[in-house]
Write a protein that binds this ligand. Structure first.
Ligand SMILES: [Zn+2]
Length: 183
């Protein structure tokens, strides 16, 4: 059994979704959405906290296509380029579905996986269509982590895709290297 990869908490919903897996060895290793029930569990654990999304096979196919297009569009934005037409279409199609509707009591009104995917796609559009937010996309400073993230720090000086993950790891490595240098 593959050990469960914990849910990413990058501070930005569409980026968390984008890092649940994908094509290519680096992202495939992270795969969190292996079947519809895993997509449902992720939706419960992610910042949306959607209980019982009851994702279907079709939701899984659409969700995987959405996260992959978000990955490409975000990487294009980091390079200062617009998204490819195909990626823009996939994200806009997902956003065209009705999104999650909040209730006065908290939580969502009859939440579905399709609605959650629409909310994720709308977050990506919010991010990628706003020059000020686009300017806060950066690539993680860890040498072995090619992951883009959204810098939500007030001064705009965040360096790591996830401070508790790559920041700690890089500091520990630097610490070990320093200890080795000592006689
Ligand atoms: Zn990182």
């Amino acid at each position: 059994m593959t050990p469960a990869v914990r849910t990413r908490q990058s501070g930005r919903l569409c980026i968390d979704a984008m890092l649940t897996g994908g094509e290519g060895p680096a992202l495939a290793r992270l795969e969190r959405w292996r079947d519809p029930s895993e997509l449902s569990s992720w939706l419960a654990e992610c910042p949306l906290a959607v209980p019982d999304a009851s994702a279907t096979d079709a939701d899984l196919v659409r969700g995987r296509a959405l996260r992959w297009s978000i990955w490409h569009a975000v990487n294009a934005a980091v390079r200062g380029e617009p998204p490819a037409a195909h990626d823009a279409a996939v994200i806009e199609d997902a956003a065209a579905a009705p999104p999650l509707v909040p209730t006065l009591a908290g939580g969502w009104r009859t939440p579905t996986a399709a609605a959650a995917l629409s909310t994720i796609a709308r977050d990506a559009i919010d991010l990628l269509s706003d020059p000020a937010q686009r300017a806060r996309l950066r690539v993680c400073a860890a040498p072995d982590c090619p992951v883009p993230f959204y810098d939500d720090s007030r001064p705009g000086t965040r360096r790591w895709c996830e401070p508790g993950r790559c920041g700690d790891r890089t500091r520990q490595r630097a610490h070990r290297a320093r200890r080795k240098e000592q006689p």
